[in-house]
Design a protein around this ligand. Structure first.
Ligand SMILES: *Cc1c(COP(=O)(O)O)cnc(C)c1O
Length: 359
């Protein structure tokens, strides 16, 4: 038998693996999963029924063009169907964006720390990652990002609000940045947490993209809409970007369950957005509770909070777990904690209070 292995692309060698949020311990004490920014509410009845009805024909391939969902999205967001591309979660769409724009020798810029999928999917594409540190206030440094553009830059991610810090970039600074970026560089506004924003100065990407052919907006059904397990997201972009996305997408990537549940979710939007409102109230309660305990927390517009705990990160995550809440540590940096059920948020606030007193 030969000792050689199949030749794999060198670009894969030092790709970090995606660390999913840790699940809540099965069978342990009360355990809440606050580690993946999921929606804590179970699926709405109508949405569940649509998915279950679709399950009856999963011996068939799904509608490859996602016709029903595309039409529903076009109507809901007031954009042409030709500007929409769906995918297996917005991470799937982001990967298609890279495939459509970037390869070896090209550069991809993103703020850092930001969404941990960016470095992974960038390196898979073979392009060179150009991370630009956040400002001391944990916000995207758009000036530094504009200065990092070279003639090799193909794509720039702007995560707004930013995962894991929850911070936002506002209209004036975003417009100024977009005016500086060459028009042949694609800027991707990742708006996975759009529905949680309550700051009126944060622009809606779908308005920003209208007269900017080099802007693409990413949205997902995974967070506010509560369909994380079904894998469906979409991009809105002008041609030829949207067409390129439809070309590079995995064929039949979005299951019929996901398509039908997404349509039902858009139709149940009032109810779903009511739940988002409750989470936003809880976010305010947690944020103010933390400030009251003396923590420094960046203002968050997402469904999570960020505690920059540095060297104490891992200890803090362990204390949370002991108390029954699983959080998302980034060792040496900080902890991201999803806003969950009231009971879970209470357990988290009790832990932060005790941890602070022991410092
Ligand atoms: C959760 C998240 C997504 C969405 O991922 P899906 O693939 O749609 O589940 C995209 N971008 C960011 C920044 C996220 O945090």
């Amino acid at each position: 038998m030969s000792e050689t292995t199949p030749k794999l692309r060198a670009a894969l060698d030092d790709i970090p693996t995606y660390k999913p949020g840790k699940p809540a311990a099965a069978g342990g004490p009360v355990a809440f999963k606050l580690s993946s920014n999921e929606n804590p509410y179970p699926p709405l009845p109508g949405v569940m029924e649509s998915a279950l009805a679709a399950a009856a024909s999963f011996n068939r391939y799904p509608d490859m063009a996602c016709t029903g969902l595309m039409n529903e999205l076009a109507e809901r967001f007031g954009v042409p169907v030709s500007h929409i591309a769906t995918g297996t979660g917005s991470v799937g769409v982001a990967q298609s964006l890279l495939q459509a724009t970037s390869g070896p020798g090209d550069e991809v810029i993103y703020g850092w720390r930001s969404f941990e999928a960016y470095p992974i999917i960038t390196r898979i594409s073979g392009a060179t990652a150009v991370p630009v540190p956040l400002t001391p206030g944990e916000v995207h440094d758009l000036d530094a990002m504009a200065e990092a553009v070279t003639d090799r830059t193909r794509l720039i991610f702007v995560c707004n609000p930013n995962n894991p810090t929850g911070t936002v970039v506002r209209r004036a600074e975003l417009e100024r940045f977009l005016d500086r970026v060459p028009s042949d560089v694609l800027v991707v506004l990742d708006e996975a947490y759009r529905e949680f924003i309550r700051d009126a100065e944060v622009p809606d990407g779908l308005e920003v993209y209208r007269d900017r052919p080099n802007v693409a907006v990413l949205r997902t059904f995974s967070k506010a809409y509560g369909l994380a397990g079904l894998r469906v997201g979409f991009a809105v972009a002008h041609e030829p970007v949207a067409a390129a996305l439809r070309k590079t997408a995995v064929p039949f990537g979005v299951s019929q369950l996901a398509q039908d549940a997404a349509v039902a979710s858009l139709r149940a939007e009032d109810e779903l957005l009511g739940r988002v409102g409750s989470l936003v109230s809880e976010r305010t309660r947690v944020y103010e509770g933390l400030l009251g305990q003396g923590w420094t927390v960046p203002e968050t517009q997402a469904n999570f909070v960020w505690l920059r705990l540095g060297e104490r990160t891992v200890d803090f995550a362990a204390a949370c777990e002991k108390a029954g809440v699983v959080v998302r540590p980034f060792p040496g940096e900080g902890v991201r904690v999803t806003i969950g059920e009231t009971e879970a948020n209470d357990l988290f606030l009790q832990t932060t209070e005790a941890f602070r007193k022991a410092l």
